[in-house]
Ligand binder design. Structure first.
Ligand SMILES: Cc1cc2nc3c(=O)[nH]c(=O)nc-3n(C[C@H](O)[C@H](O)[C@H](O)COP(=O)(O)OP(=O)(O)OC[C@H]3O[C@@H](n4cnc5c(N)ncnc54)[C@H](O)[C@@H]3O)c2cc1C
Length: 326
């Protein structure tokens, strides 16, 4: 059986999400190694622009373009994805471990009666099958998983797990018109956008996260200033979100978002397991905490023991200075 891979592409506001380009890049390396085909599946409505972008990254771009797919719904998108898998027979299906991915892919795996491996951070070939890297217990353990021969796994990967490589391919476009019947038991009345954020939290290269040690919502202004300088995003621990200092959209951790930025700075975050599960694969972790025994320091590459209200203004001013010197 060829080791073809199907990546289900996610896009937002007319652009392909970074995580999908990362997955296409890694999948292309793997299909090249095994002389097989990389398929990109694009499900939606009016997706011509997305198809054109993705053509540079995949051997074959399957476009399922239908008015019934205008807005994301689990029933229609799962139906389309299932039909693509059944028709193109990939050996693996890749998707992003994003908010939409967490809704779509477990359902797809259930529909296909196959295995799902979620929140992975790496993959390679091993004796002709996949060897998948997945952190457990807040990164304290790294597990390596494989699948029984013949199993076609659905694998979701955390954003920022792989580098993007544009190979300037010119993937063949395959237009699929599928029969997709929405579940008649519910319908979408209206979709309202929440507050617009500059950068998607899961795709941000720089995240500065405030914990309960920030003491109140008004003190997050300095985090916003630092995030602006670094073109990144402010995140929050659950303690902060539960206190209504920040929106749930900002929450990192087990019951929030999984992030893997180039730099994560935790400020007044203790580093409880439920929090670190969502950020332990960040490339560089910096912690600012007044308690030298805070668990976050056991994850940090750089730690500052001290009062964040003294340290953050200095950090902001130094970043402004450094930016001016560039
Ligand atoms: C099922 C379940 C799911 C959960 N999901 C999540 C999740 O998704 N995300 C998440 O974050 N948590 C989650 N939690 C909660 C988690 O266990 C912790 O309670 C939470 O992460 C603690 O938040 P915190 O670090 O902001 O607060 P705290 O644990 O109260 O830590 C505050 C830190 O600030 C430091 N500090 C105080 N003042 C200063 C100062 N002036 N300068 C510097 N440092 C200072 C303190 O030393 C302390 O380490 C979950 C819990 C459960 C049970």
């Amino acid at each position: 059986m060829p080791n073809d891979i199907l990546v289900i592409v996610e896009y937002k506001d007319g652009g392909v999400r970074k995580v999908s380009l990362e997955l296409l890049s890694r999948a292309k390396e793997m299909t090249s190694e095994s002389s097989s085909t990389l398929y990109a599946g694009i499900i939606g409505y009016d997706v011509k622009g997305i198809v054109e972008t993705v053509q540079a990254f995949a051997d074959k771009v399957i476009s399922v373009d239908s008015a019934v797919l205008k807005d994301y719904r689990w029933d229609t998108y799962v139906s389309a994805a299932e039909q693509l898998v059944r028709k193109f027979n990939p050996s693996m299906i890749f998707g992003g471990s994003t908010v939409t991915g967490k809704d779509l892919f477990p359902r797809l795996a259930a529909r296909l009666k196959t295995a799902i491996i979620s929140d992975a951070v790496g993959i390679e070939w091993d004796n002709g099958g996949p060897r998948i890297r997945k952190p457990l217990y807040g990164g304290k353990i790294i597990s390596w998983l494989t699948c029984k021969e013949g199993v076609v796994p659905v694998i979701t990967f955390r954003p920022n797990s792989f580098a993007i490589t544009n190979r300037s391919l010119n993937g063949e476009v395959i237009e699929e018109s599928l029969e997709i019947v929405p579940d008649s038991r519910f319908s979408t009345l209206n979709i309202e956008r929440g507050g617009m954020q500059k950068v998607d939290l899961q795709e941000s290269d720089f995240i500065i996260c405030g914990g309960r040690g920030m003491k109140g919502p008004e003190n997050f202004q300095i985090l916003e200033e630092i995030a602006d300088i670094m073109k990144g995003r402010v995140a929050a621990s659950r303690a902060v979100v539960d206190s209504k200092w920040r929106d749930y959209d900002d929450q990192v951790g087990k019951s929030g978002k999984t992030v893997s930025p180039k730099v994560y700075v935790g400020c007044g975050v203790s580093g409880a397991l439920h929090h670190t599960m969502g950020m332990d694969t960040s490339k560089v972790i910096v912690a600012v905490n007044s308690d030298p025994n805070a668990p976050i320091f056991s994850y940090a590459d750089y730690g500052v023991v001290g009062d964040l209200f003294e340290i953050l203004p200095v950090l902001r001013d130094e970043l402004i200075k450094a930016k001016k010197e560039i």
